[in-house]
Design a protein around this ligand. Sequence first.
Ligand code: AMP
Length: 424
Amino acid sequence: MPKFQRIKGTHDILPQDARKWRYVEGVVQEVMQRYNFDEIRTPIFEETALFARGIGQLTDIVSKEMYTFLDRGKKSLTLKPEGTAPVIRAFIEHSLGEKKPVHKLYYISPMFRQENPQAGRLRQFHQFGAELVGSAAPEADVETIALAVDIYEQLGLKKYTLKINSVGDATCRAPYKERLKDYLRPRLDKLCRSCQERFDKNPLRILDCKEEGCRAETAEAPLIIDHLCEDCHAHFEAVKSLLSRLGIAFEVDHRLVRGLDYYTRTAFEILSGALGAQNALGGGGRYDLLAEELGGKPTPSVGFAAGIERLLMVLEKENLLSDFDSGPDVFIATLGEEARRWAVQTARQLRQRGLRVDYDFLGRSLKAQMKEANRSGARFALIVGENELQARKVVLRNLSSSEQETVAIDSLVGELEARLGKPG
Ligand code: AMP
C-alpha cells in the first residue's frame, strides 16, 4: 500500500495545536470587532487574471509562486495567494461602495504560494488581514496600524518593531522613478538577476532587495522620502504624528517599499526579533489606485495582512500559549451493561445542558476507565455500577482533589453545574 504524506510546505494542525489556533483566531476576531471591522469570506480560488492585475505581473508572487491550474472548462484559476485583491473584487462586484462610503472588512483565511518551504515559510499558510475601503484620510492608515498592533498587544506580545514609510503617489512617484533609474542604470550589471528584471517596471523594489550586493549598490540611491509631493508629505507627517499621539512606537524605514503603482503613500511592516530569517509578522499599506485597476470606481483604501503560523511561533517562543483547558467537564466510568447504557443517555442529557462529557468506547475495566478519565484531563468522574443505579445514586469524584461523594441521580445535573460554576 502507498504511504500517503502531506504535501511539502503544508501542515496538519493536530488537536493540541488547533486549540492554540482557535485562541489566536478568537483574539483576532475580538479585536477586529472592537475596531468595528466586519468579517468577509471570499472563495479559495479566483480567476488568475484577478491576481495578475491586483498584485502585479512582475511580483514574485505572480511570476513564480501561484498555484494556477486549468479547470475542466479550460478556465485559468488560482488558489488565492493573498487577500486584498479578492476583497476588492467582492467590494466592486457587490457594489458595496453604493451602500455606504466606508467599509471596514477583515478576513482569516488560508493562502497558497509555491515558495521554498522553510521555518516560517509554507506553501499553504494562514493570514488574518483587514481592509479599510473608501477613505484617503491619514486616520484610516492609523486605524489599520493600531488594529494590527492591538492584536499583538492583546496576545501579550511585547517585542516587535513597527516600520513605516511613504512610497508617494501618482504625482511624485513617476519623476522619482526616473531619478532612481538614472542612478541605477550604470550599476545594473552589479545587481542580482531579480533586480535586473525589476529595473524597467518595478525599480522601487530594488531598494528592498535583501542581497548584500544590491544593498551595497543602492546604499547612496535617491530615496522617495526626499521627493514626496506636498500632499504625500503632509499625509506621512499626519500618520506619524497620530501614531505618536497613540503612543505607538515606530521606526521610519526609507527602504520599505511596495513597488507597484497602485500602492500609494503609507507602507508598513511589523517585524519580530524572535523569528529567524522570515522575520515579518505582517505588513500593509495604502492602495488608492487598486480598485480602478480592478475595474471599479476610484476608492482610496488601506489594509494589512499578517501570518498566523509565524505569530504562533513567536507566541510559543515567548511562552504566551501555555494555559489551555483541554479536558472534558465530566468523564463517566461504568461497571456493567446497564450502567453503560445509562452513560450513553446521561452523557447526552448533560451535553444538552452545555457540559463537555465523555465516556469509554472500548468496554474497558473500571480501573482502565479511571486511568482514561485522569489522562483526558477531566475535572470530574462519575462512577456508576448496577448497585448505584438501583439506589438511584452515583459516585462523583473530583479528579484534582480525589475527593468523592455520593450524589442522587435526580439532582445530578444541578449538583454538577454548581460544582463546575456553570449557570443552571
Ligand atoms: P505578504 O502578503 O507577503 O505581505 O505577507 C504578509 C504576512 O503573511 C507576512 O508578514 C508573513 O507573516 C505571512 N506570510 C507570507 N508568506 C508566507 C509563507 N509563505 N508562509 C508563512 N507565512 C507567510
